[in-house]
Design a protein around this ligand. Structure first.
Ligand code: ADP
Ligand code: MG
Length: 544
């Protein structure tokens, strides 16, 4: 061939680089190994993971954290199939993601679809973000073409910013100024769109009570006086006007329907996705557009009317009373001295000792639910959890992605990954990945020997007397006293097995001080430890 040659793999790598792709996660094999090597050669950071599913979760978290899609690289067949969990999770979460899979070789004529790259990048980022898949023919990877015949597409532009119709903004403002019991709900779409400054202004200027959804915690700091998270049910149930900023009225928000809401609650919905507007409730106003831009429009309109919600209203009194009550109940549980510890005691100590600006990754049923209420977030996009799909097994992939992004974009920021013992099991071998790349992640496994609840060692022994374990081990049970911390020490990280508050405090202090070494604290809690009684008991089994 005349002139300098470039391989298919190099083309792919260069095309991705041209789209400002920074991170690739995957597992190599025929035919994609060369793509990973070529990606590293052009300066894309490649993280080799242990399961494609975790790799895909990691790549999607990069998309959420940076606003540009991460790439997940896999082989065809089973490799690709393992990414489906990650692709579904990213799509449902509205996070940009590109999965590249290698398929079998094909005829040369069917190749050369490289314009598809920028199109894929745009598809993942524009409008409502989500995942997309690119299938690379195997023989393309090692095919050589003349370098001079290749034209890379320029990096696609950032997503265009759309604003809401003026009449809709003014209608929304009219509804807001007449509200008696307003509530601002902030969703992870608001976090993703970096709307924190304008939303903060809206809260401060208008004196609105606000409630973050789980991953929107920190868009406005949880310790802001207007945060009513500790009175969540009351706030939802009695609000007469709700401003919904980048959150869907799905199961996380109880569908926007009674008995969790007033039947005639007026919802002002702000979303980038037109299809979302009017889902489940008939909104009082719909503002189609980018959250940051639309919040600014709304601010302007409310400024004109110089409206501020009075801080001495009955609504505020009711909310404040509820907040105080709920906080006292949690405090009571947190200070219980009995052993084994309960969830509240564990989170109480974690809250005291982890850095305020750490990125929190969390999954598990009770571990995630209770952790969400007990662990505050002070900065946006610093909480990653099972999300809209309630996916368990995302934690370690998310933690790896967060540690990579933190290392490059906010050095010194720690990642703390708090896992239920069941959730940890889904991708526990990624601890090897964490140690291989020496990512100083702190994993805390809140271990209750099971899924929801488990058995203590004595009950386990007793139970086994009844015969064949497969006939008598409760389906929710996992092996009691499993030493998950040894997975960490097996790969050179630090493992701690703790049973008392003192041991927990010491392990936390040691792990937080050591900023170089990955560590895992396996915290044994009461296997029957339950959450606080809920007002709506039929909903307590949700992953919320
Ligand atoms: P949560 O889980 O916090 O309730 P959801 O994932 O249900 O949040 O909702 C997020 C919403 O945000 C989605 O409907 C999505 O279309 C929307 N969204 C994402 N990015 C933007 C943006 N830049 N501007 C407006 N809406 C956005
Ligand atoms: Mg458990």
């Amino acid at each position: 061939m005349e002139g300098e040659a470039v391989s298919g793999a190099q083309l792919i790598a260069q095309a991705l680089k041209a789209q400002n792709i920074e991170y690739m996660f995957g597992i190599v094999g025929i035919p994609v190994t060369e793509i990973a090597i070529a990606a590293q050669a052009v300066g894309i950071k490649y993280v080799g993971m242990r399961n494609e599913q975790a790799a895909c979760y990691a790549a999607s978290a990069v998309g959420y954290l940076t606003g540009r899609p991460g790439v997940c690289l896999v082989v065809s067949g089973p490799g690709f199939l393992h990414t489906l969990g990650g692709m579904a999770n990213a799509t449902i979460n509205c996070w940009p993601l590109i999965v590249i899979g290698g398929s079998s070789d094909r005829n040369q004529e069917t190749m050369g679809a490289f314009q598809e790259f920028p199109q894929a990048v745009r598809t993942s980022m524009y409008g409502r973000p989500g995942s997309c898949y690119i299938d690379i023919p195997g023989d393309f990877v090692n095919l050589q073409v003349n370098k001079s015949s290749v034209k890379y597409m320029e990096c696609c532009l950032p997503p265009p910013i759309s604003m809401a119709e003026h009449s809709a903004v003014s209608k929304a403002a009219s509804v807001i100024v007449l509200s008696k019991q307003p509530l601002l709900i902030i969703g992870k779409g608001a976090a993703y769109s970096h709307a924190e400054n304008n939303i903060r202004k809206l809260v401060d200027l208008c004196g609105l009570p606000f409630l973050p959804t789980p991953m929107a915690k920190g868009v406005v700091p949880d310790n802001h006086p207007n945060c009513v998270a500790a009175a969540r049910s009351t706030a939802l149930q009695h609000a007469d006007v709700i401003i919904l900023l980048g959150a869907r009225l799905n199961w996380i928000l109880h569908f926007g329907l009674p008995p969790r809401y007033q039947r005639d609650v007026k919802v002002i919905q702000i979303d980038i996705c037109a299809e979302e507007l009017g889902n489940n409730v008939r909104p009082a106003a719909t503002l189609l557009g980018d959250i940051d831009a639309v919040t600014e429009q709304l601010l302007e309109e409310l400024k004109k009317r110089s409206w501020k919600y009075p801080s001495n209203s009955e609504w505020w009194q009711k909310l404040r009373g509820k907040i105080k009550n709920n906080e006292e109940r949690s405090k009571g549980l947190a200070l219980q001295k009995s052993l084994p510890m309960n969830y509240y005691t564990v989170f109480h100590h974690i809250r005291d000792l982890i850095p305020k600006d750490c990125i929190l990754v969390s999954e598990g049923a009770n571990t995630m639910d209770i952790g969400r209420t007990m662990l505050p977030n002070f900065y946006p996009r610093q909480r990653l959890d099972a999300g809209t799909f309630g996916t368990m097994g995302v934690g370690l992939g998310f933690a790896i992605a967060a540690a990579m992004v933190a290392r490059d974009h906010s050095p010194g920021r720690r990642v703390v990954c708090i896992e239920g013992d069941s959730a940890f099991g889904f991708s526990g071998m990624e601890v090897e990945t964490i140690c291989r790349y020496n990512l100083p992640i702190l994993i805390i496994v809140v271990n209750n020997n099971g899924i929801y609840t488990g058995l203590d060692a004595n009950s386990w022994e007793q139970m086994l007397k009844f015969g064949d374990p497969v006939t008598c081990v409760p389906p929710v049970s996992l092996l009691p006293n499993a030493h998950y911390e040894k997975i960490m020490s097996a790969f050179g990280g630090k493992g701690y097995f703790v049973k008392t508050p003192e041991e927990l405090q010491n392990a936390l202090k040691a792990s937080v001080t050591d900023e170089q070494t990955p560590s895992l604290i396996n915290v044994m809690i009461d296997p029957q430890s339950e959450r606080k009684k809920q007002e709506f008991p039929w909903l307590t089994r949700s992953n919320l």
